[in-house]
Design a protein around this ligand. Structure first.
Ligand code: SF4
Length: 314
């Protein structure tokens, strides 16, 4: 059992992805209203070795020597991975490969808030793919959707993303998360469009909620609304991330994990936190299976006082 690795999970963008979680739950520079990992309990800009780097490297080495290589090893998890000062060392370890293990590509899911710092940009030199997010380009909407650490400034973040994209030799997909009524007024969309043109990523991916977020009463954007935004922006490199139908990535889809989740919630409805505790799996991993079960109409989500509960359909 690994402490810092999770999955591999079937990812709609990355194929089979082995996750690396570098933060204690839930440490982040943002507290996004849509966060599937729930509310940030440690809102911080402090960069440090949040978990022991050597232990993470040892787990990775063990995994890669003893298992089939995933399509990507992805720095992601319970918060913002670039808050960890060892991210660059992990990425160079993956780039250089190791004896007895096949080389594997690396991806970083980051909220992009620290890329204005040159030392953070240089951590990413060895990454193959970086997926930063940008959900708002005005101060008001940034605060509303991302609920940032008070010292963060959206204009500085956009500048950091611009410099990063200009210098980085790998691929950058900029993710924009749309929450209707929160960051999708005409003013918001125009500001986002200007920022995207300025940052100039390789690709823009429009995303919306799949799972309940950190706050109640937010809803996903419809496919039609996302298509409207693509047309409104009229930019060449924007795609909508389709809702997962992830069972087709069979190698990483474990029937026994699905059965364990179903058996648990058939006995009694559970929140994501309950499932994490009962099954001992990472929330991101459980979310992938919930995604498939929900799209196959085997489970439903019910809002109660203690949060969102998953229950089995008859
Ligand atoms: S969605 Fe990402 S950036 Fe936002 S609070 Fe969650 S972990 Fe942090």
């Amino acid at each position: 059992m690994y402490k810092y690795l999770f999955g591999p999970v079937p990812s709609r963008r990355l194929g089979i992805s082995l996750g690396v979680d570098l933060l204690p739950f839930k440490t982040c520079s943002l507290n996004c209203i849509y966060c599937e990992c729930k509310a940030t309990t440690n809102l911080t800009l402090k960069r440090r070795e949040w978990v022991p780097l050597q232990d993470v490297l040892s787990e990775l080495e063990h995994y890669l020597v003893h298992n089939n290589p995933p399509d990507y090893v992805t720095l992601a998890g319970s918060g913002e991975p670039l808050l960890h000062t060892g991210a660059g060392k992990i990425l160079s370890f993956l780039r250089d490969g190791l004896k007895g293990a096949k080389k594997v590509k690396s991806a970083v899911l980051t909220n992009g808030t620290l890329l204005f710092l040159p030392e953070v940009r240089s951590e990413l030199v060895c990454a193959d793919l970086v997926i930063p997010s940008l959900d708002a380009a005005t101060t008001v909407s940034f605060k509303r959707i991302n609920r940032p650490h008070p010292a963060l400034d959206i204009h500085r973040i956009i500048e950091g993303l611009k410099i990063f994209c200009a210098d980085f030799e790998g691929t950058v997909w900029l993710e924009v998360f749309i929450v209707p009524g929160i960051n999708d007024t005409e003013k918001d969309l125009l500001a986002l469009r200007d920022a995207i043109v300025y940052i100039s990523p390789d690709l823009v991916q429009l995303n919306t909620l799949d799972r309940p977020g950190a706050v109640a009463n937010i809803r996903p954007a419809t496919r039609e609304h996302l298509e409207y935004i693509v047309d409104f922006w009229n930019l060449p490199n924007v795609e909508i991330i389709a809702r997962a139908n992830t069972r087709k990535v069979k190698e990483a889809y474990l029937q026994d994990v699905e059965s364990a989740i179903l058996a648990t919630i058939t006995r009694r409805p559970c929140t994501l936190e309950d499932l994490v505790q009962i099954l001992g799996l990472h929330p991101n991993e459980i979310n992938k299976y919930l995604d498939v079960l929900e799209s196959e109409k085997k489970i439903r989500v019910v809002q109660q006082q203690r949060g969102f509960f998953y229950e089995a359909r008859e």
